[in-house]
Design a protein. Structure first.
Length: 198
């Protein structure tokens, strides 16, 4: 092969490699149309507390930047505790991009490996309209099939991953409890106002 042809082949292969790498970086880091405005995670956990029975106490934990967690850059958690060991945690994590958040949404086990008779997906009465991805999961109590003791809700808003977990809030009805529906409606409204779709 003469030098000119070899130089052209090397140049074409180099340009194709750059285009391919650029396309992969763009696809992985950018998710066009889903990136939302960047705000602090602590600002997004400022929602009305769930309407749990009895008087509840509130706490906000803001650890700031994270060294690792499927690429999360920042998180904040609001927790509510009510009588009889009822606890609700609401965590917002911000990722570098919507792609990273989507990747984490698909890989994180919302149940944290806890053991239940059964865990099954449920559907809210009012689906979150602003979320890009939604998952509601119920953990059924051992020995009491159909009675949900623990709920996990995962929502993705662009580069934000929202997780709500409630423990020791037993209900006989396997549908999503009204207080959880109301909390998620409040979360959805907060995201619509503070970090709306682009």
């Amino acid at each position: 092969m003469d030098r000119t042809v070899k130089r052209v082949v090397v140049t074409v292969v180099g340009v194709l490699a750059i285009v391919l790498v650029g396309a992969l970086v763009w696809w992985w880091l950018v998710a066009p149309g889903e990136q939302r405005r960047v705000v602090g995670a602590a600002e997004l956990v400022d929602v009305a507390p769930p309407a749990l029975p009895g008087r509840s106490t509130a706490e906000v934990v803001d650890p700031g930047r994270l060294s690792s967690d499927w690429g999360a850059q920042e998180q904040a958690t609001a927790s509510w505790r009510a009588p009889e060991a009822v606890e609700v945690d609401y965590t917002v994590r911000r990722y570098a991009s919507a792609r990273w958040a989507g990747w984490a949404f698909g890989r994180v086990d919302p149940r944290g490996g806890e053991g239940f008779d059964e865990t099954s997906q449920r559907f809210p009465r009012v689906p979150p309209r602003e979320a890009d991805e939604v998952r509601f999961v119920c953990g059924e109590i051992r020995g009491r099939p159909g009675a949900c003791d623990t709920w996990w809700v995962d929502l993705r808003y662009g580069q934000y991953l929202v997780q709500v977990q409630s423990t020791d809030v037993p209900v006989e009805d396997p549908s999503v409890p009204s207080w959880l529906d109301q909390l998620v409606v409040g979360v959805d409204a907060e995201f619509a106002e503070v970090v709306p779709r682009p």
